[in-house]
Design a protein. Structure first.
Length: 167
């Protein structure tokens, strides 16, 4: 199903008042992630108390919405044939409640494996798999703008391909 339809379905299905704006819907081949923004903590909270307040706000939202989120996720999983994960942004921090961990097969040359082994030996990661995930997160953080432009270009390619003749 097209991403716009998935976003529209969630916009119509989610209860009002859960988030301060429409949630971000991130979809890949396996999973649909619904990430909503919670209200920011009050500005008069001392800076050293802010992380604990954000943690408490996130925990309260997670617990208070659990039954409805599970119900909505099951409905979406039947409709879209993909797992649904949930997360929130609060006080500038993103917290994911549930996400899939999907194995990805890859072939790496020795020099690439040595990078992973170095990360494991240094205690940065527990395994080659963790080291590879760490590398992917690092690249993602440092190339957000470029990756966003690439995703936009791919959406344009999908639109053009969809408007072409059927094969």
């Amino acid at each position: 199903m097209e991403a716009a339809q998935v976003r529209a379905w969630f916009a119509g299905r989610l209860p009002e008042g859960w988030f301060t704006a429409a949630p971000e819907i991130v979809q890949d081949r396996e999973e649909i992630a619904v990430v909503g923004v919670l209200p920011d903590p009050p500005g008069e909270v001392p800076e050293e108390e802010r992380p604990a307040l954000v943690e408490g706000m996130v925990a309260r939202f997670r617990e208070e919405t659990r039954e409805r989120r599970v119900e909505i996720a099951r409905e979406a999983e039947r409709k879209f044939r993909q797992k649904v994960s949930w997360g929130v942004v609060c006080g500038g921090q993103t917290v994911m409640f549930t996400t899939l961990s999907v194995p990805v097969m890859t072939r790496l040359r020795q020099s690439e494996r040595q990078v992973l082994d170095t990360l494991v030996a240094a205690g940065v990661a527990r395994s080659r798999s963790d080291a590879l995930a760490w590398c992917v997160r690092l690249v993602g953080r440092n190339t957000d703008t470029w990756l966003a432009e690439l995703r936009d270009a791919l959406r344009h390619v999908d639109r053009v391909r969809a408007s072409g003749p059927d094969l």
